[in-house]
Design a binder for this molecule. Sequence first.
Ligand code: ZN
Length: 310
Amino acid sequence: MYFSKALSYGIIVFTLLFLIQCGVDHNPEFTENAPEQNFDISTVIEVHSGTMPLVISAPHGGTLSPSPIPDRSCPNITTVRDRNTTELAYDMSEQLYKKYGVRPYIVSALISRRKIDLNRDLYLATCGNRIAMDVWHEYHRQIEVAIDAAVEEFGKVVFIDLHGHGHAVQRLELGYLLSKSELYDSYQDENVAEELGEKSSFRNLLSINEDVHFYDLMFAKDAFGTLMEKSGFPSVPSLDDPFPHSSEGYFNGGYNTRRYTSEEYPEVFGLQIEANFEGVRDSDINRMEFSIAFADAVMQMINRYITDEI
Ligand SMILES: [Zn+2]
């Protein structure tokens, strides 16, 4: 009696184990999320080493849709592509090289944002997919490698996260991690600007160099935005367009800008550039003209705050 009861328990346990095992093998979700040993991450990220203290990341211009990574489907994701921003990063490099003989470090995504968002924290970026997580780690590792190399050679580095926006007003939206109302408050009062600068993407520069004032970085005649504006590329914030109005669209900087200009990277400062489409990204000639203006403006920033030997 005892033996046959034990035997039937044994059969039940064995059957359950068997079913669980089969369930695991045939669960499509598990298969989808299993590590893919053969996936070559270098096919979806492009990296160029540089010769100047500038690191450009272009996370949203990719078009590749590798089948081992499913389209993301978790809540609160954005999948729209920032058209021609990868090309724009290379044009910026080309113009820097033509005029100044130097090249920025570039880390760009070739993979579509439907698969991974390389300007979000790990979970939102990947929705938990294991291969996508490997891609995310590699993208950020490459940015860190670039930052380390530039810091070793030049001491400090400018980080730019490059995007394209679809807002109505055709101007560059320069993101310094301050909101529309914080930019407004900074413009009204230089003391407020000084305080808000401490939480901006220029915070590390401000703590390295006490002679630099946040108000000037945003609104002066030689602020980055003002220089771009003077070259024919309207920008906010800048001398003539100091803050976006409350009803206007404005991106003030995402995950990458926050991360790489934080106190964790004390030699890094920079901004997010959200380029409008018309007049900047819409043709080869406009991309080139934008890149010429960018090269002059960014070199001015580098010559003043990092090294005048370039
Ligand atoms: Zn973007």
